[in-house]
Design a binder for this molecule. Structure first.
Ligand code: 3PG
Length: 207
């Protein structure tokens, strides 16, 4: 699957922190049922990679990526677990080289003009803008359009159902990401119906 196919299949990408491995499949099914197919499983918990494996095995309609990739070793482990794409919070030269070499579709994280330029040096033109709201939000992305008209962004960090529409108005925004679709209390309670409801609302946000 190519990066463009992944972008076409997504509008809101849930940034998922899976604490209990057994939650992964029902959580992914609840999101897919609500129309959200492209899922980012973060490496912030020990269960992350097992969650990716389980969803790849049991939820064929999901497109599963790994987030919070910070090192080449984590990238390698993500590919081995079946990641269909990767996401990083920031981008070091070492990680950028590993991303380019791997050919895995990837959203490398940037927050400044210099970081955008470094990622462009690797030949990649789709980037995660993180932490989106704290780093300047809509205004910053509008400012990026001047020097970097070829770059498309997936902003995440501080985005929710209320402010997402402002980001979708920008021509250089291809998707947004966030953790609001998978609230910890709802996941802990196994309240999958509520997750499906949040997913449906989120899927309707992009005009
Ligand atoms: C990310 O990695 O994209 C963020 O942690 C998601 O940010 P949020 O929790 O503010 O949505």
């Amino acid at each position: 699957m190519t990066l463009d196919q992944i972008i076409d299949a997504t509008s809101v990408m849930p940034v998922m922190v899976v604490d209990r491995p057994e939650d992964a499949v029902p959580l992914a099914r609840a999101l897919v049922e609500g129309g959200i197919r492209v899922l980012e499983i973060t490496l912030r918990t020990a269960a992350g990679l097992d969650a990716v494996k389980a969803i790849r095995r049991d939820v064929p309609d999901a497109i599963v990526g790994v987030g919070t990739i910070a090192t080449p070793a984590q990238l390698e482990a993500s590919i081995a677990a079946g990641a269909q794409f990767g996401v990083s919070p920031g981008t070091t030269p070492t990680l950028l080289k590993a991303i380019v070499d791997s050919k895995l579709p990837f959203f490398p994280g940037v927050a400044t003009t210099t970081e955008v330029m470094q990622v462009l040096e690797g030949g990649l033109t789709v980037m995660k803008f993180f932490p989106a709201v704290a780093a300047g939000g809509v205004k910053m992305l509008e400012s990026f359009r001047g020097p970097f008209p070829q770059v498309r962004f997936c902003p995440t960090g501080g985005i929710n159902a209320q402010n997402a529409p402002d980001f979708f108005k920008l021509p250089n925004v291809v998707c947004v990401g966030g953790s609001w679709l998978t609230p910890k209390d709802r996941v802990a309670a196994g309240n999958w119906a509520d997750i499906t409801r949040l997913a449906k609302e989120a899927a309707a946000l992009k005009p």
